[in-house]
Ligand binder design. Structure first.
Ligand SMILES: [Zn+2]
Length: 243
């Protein structure tokens, strides 16, 4: 292998280390985002419940007002009952009075049911609040821990980046561009080894995609110091160093 391919192999190993630390950093940040999302879900659950309580209270107030006016109505019937002049009149008023009372009882039960709903919703709110408090505490700790971690990871990344810059310095710009492009496609894996399938047969495979490599390409790899890419996966091919 000539200096260009050798340089790329070295660069690849630095690139791999760089990616490992970068993905650690990303993973740590994702944990925070995940918890933040969970918290947001709880908060909107809480808001929905509170809105429900508000609406139920409005409905309860309305029914209670209606109940009050009906009670006044019943009082009037009662007074009228005492003033009834005939039996027929008396029994007609009594019927209306009883109907009104039955209606009121229904309304009272409705109000009671609504109040029970409010109680249940308020209990649920208290429970959600507990969860929110616990998640907030967790998030606070996690944020602190992640910040410390992130500083360390970033320091490591900066150090490896210096190595990366040094390793890429002597690689021609066009070659480096290809390396970077393929690395982006394959999560950092720009180079694939050309693997000999077995000792006896001169048959090689790309260890990135496992497709066979034509003999003339293998020949070129053995004799030239230039980038040759797998025709199938486009990774830069390098001959496995012979042991
Ligand atoms: Zn391939």
């Amino acid at each position: 292998m000539g200096p260009i391919l050798n340089g790329l192999v070295k660069l690849q190993s630095v690139e791999n280390r760089l990616r490992v630390v970068k993905s650690k950093l990303a993973r740590a940040r994702r944990k925070v985002i995940f918890l933040e999302n969970q918290l947001r879900t709880l908060q909107s659950e809480m808001e929905a419940k509170q809105e429900e309580i508000k609406l139920t209270k409005v409905q309860t107030d309305r029914l209670e007002l209606e109940l009050k006016s009906r009670d006044e109505h019943i009082a009037k019937f009662r007074a009228a009952l005492n003033l009834a002049k005939t039996n027929k009149e008396y029994s007609a008023i009594l019927t209306e009075l009883n109907t009104s009372k039955a209606d009121n009882l229904k309304l009272e039960n409705q109000v009671l049911d609504l109040m029970k709903n409010v109680d249940a919703d308020e209990a649920a709110c208290a429970q959600i609040q507990e969860q929110i408090d616990a998640e907030m505490a967790k998030l606070g700790d996690l944020r602190k821990g992640t910040e410390t971690q992130a500083v360390e990871y970033q320091k490591e990344i900066d150090e490896i980046q210096v190595e990366w810059d040094a390793a890429s310095r002597d690689i021609p710009a066009d070659v480096l561009e290809v390396f970077n492009r393929v690395a982006e496609t394959y999560d950092g894996e720009a180079i694939a080894l050309a693997d000999q399938q077995n000792e006896r047969v001169q048959s090689f495979n790309c260890n990135g995609c496992f497709m066979g490599i034509p003999a003339e390409v293998v020949n070129k790899l053995m004799t030239k110091d230039e980038i040759i890419r797998c025709t199938n996966c486009t990774r830069i091919l390098v001959l496995k160093a012979s042991e």
